[in-house]
Ligand binder design. Structure first.
Ligand SMILES: [Zn+2]
Ligand SMILES: [Zn+2]
Length: 381
């Protein structure tokens, strides 16, 4: 840099008025400002050039010198002075942040400062509460009392963190802005004030109970309504019931993570409930009725036709699980498992032997029949 003269850098004529120069610079400064273009070296350079040019042209005395000596000469003279910081001691140097303050009244970085201040108003964390429910509870929904220890609003200072009657005073380091600026090369860096942690005020008389944080450890007792139909991956959010915020900032939320316990007789698949029922050989062969409870505890009667096989399913509509946020219910699926009798008496053995001798493979057990046929084919007989 440095070869282009200041007028063409700003894009103004040599006869431009102070107002025109200011306007031209302002336009460039907004366009090339490093805050807006982080990491863009080219823009950073252009910003630097424009600022150097403006620093000279805005000052009638410097401008006169510049006009008289010309660009090259002026540059040579001013090159001995340091760039940026400490420029005020040298006639040709400049203090970048001064120009900036003057130009924009500290408008740049305002956004950042706002953000900093907001992040210092530290809200409370969210809390995860693991809740284990029985399948029956998940089916019916529950009002549940949750008890847990967390940070709650300090009852002594009501969350503001100050002893009764004392008021926070403006931070002497940042003058209440919550941030401080310093110069690094030609960049103005804005940082959260470390004295007040960005709050802009200092608590000279912090509450003794919470040491100024506005919150203390305490126990929470909450009644929470768990809706019917929740499942293993359900989360119930209770807004504002998490940790209390720092110095009265907004609280976090409470998330109840539901897990549903394994059930002795039912299996759940989404909104359907499965139950496997052992059925005797006699009942499966002859047909009959079986009674099984549904999840609501009511006995359901299922008609078993003669010749029912293991694995056969009977569907009972609307007797399954509750569907969350709906009046609908899933189905109940009753699956038959034919049980082979054990510990036979002599009499039973005789009867079964008699039954076997009268057994006709093709008509009584067609599955066995067709299976044996396939085996024969396979063996080539
Ligand atoms: Zn307190
Ligand atoms: Zn401060």
């Amino acid at each position: 840099m440095g070869n282009e003269d200041y007028y063409s850098i700003l894009g103004v004529s040599k006869n431009a008025s102070a107002e025109e120069i200011k306007k031209a610079y302002r336009k460039l400064a907004i366009k090339y400002h490093p805050d807006k273009n982080p990491g863009n070296k080219e823009y950073e350079e252009k910003f630097k050039e424009a600022t150097s040019a403006y620093d000279v042209l805005k000052d009638p005395q410097k401008k006169a010198t510049y006009d008289r000596y010309g660009h090259e000469q002026y540059r040579q003279q001013s090159s001995s002075s340091s760039y940026g910081g400490g420029g005020t001691s040298s006639g040709f140097g400049f203090d970048f942040s001064d120009i900036f303050e003057e130009m924009f009244g500290g408008a740049f970085g305002q956004g950042t400062r706002g953000k900093t201040a907001a992040s210092q108003k530290q809200p409370g964390s969210d809390i995860r509460y693991n809740l284990e429910l029985s399948l029956e509870q998940a089916f019916s929904g529950e009002k549940i009392n949750l008890k847990f220890t967390t940070l709650v609003i300090c009852d002594k200072c009501h969350g503001n963190g100050s002893e009764m009657g004392s008021k926070p005073t403006a931070c002497p380091t940042c003058g209440g802005r919550g941030s401080v600026r310093y110069q690094q090369g030609f960049m103005t860096i804005e940082q959260t004030c470390s004295t007040c942690n960005g709050e802009g005020s200092i608590n000279s008389n912090p509450c003794k109970k919470c040491t100024g944080s506005g919150r203390v450890k305490g126990e929470k007792n909450l009644e929470v309504v768990i809706p019917a139909g929740v499942d293993n991956d359900s989360r119930v959010r209770i807004a504002g019931e998490g940790e209390a915020g720092f110095k009265g900032a907004s609280p976090g939320d409470l998330y109840v993570f539901v897990s549903v316990k394994h059930h002795k007789i039912f299996r759940r698949s989404g909104s359907d409930i499965y139950i496997t029922v052992p059925v005797s050989i006699g009942k499966a062969a002859l047909g009959g009725e079986i009674s099984v409870p549904s999840i609501d505890g009511v006995l359901q009667t299922v008609k078993i036709p003669s010749g029912t096989q293991t694995g056969h399913q009977f569907r009972i509509r609307n007797k399954g699980m509750s569907v969350i946020q709906s009046k609908n219910k899933g189905d109940m699926i009753v699956e038959v498992s034919v049980e082979t009798p054990v510990s036979l008496s002599k009499k039973q053995k005789e009867l079964l032997e008699e039954f076997e001798s009268a057994h006709d493979e093709k008509s009584n057990t067609p599955e066995t029949f067709s299976f044996l046929k396939k085996i024969k084919e396979f063996l080539g007989k």
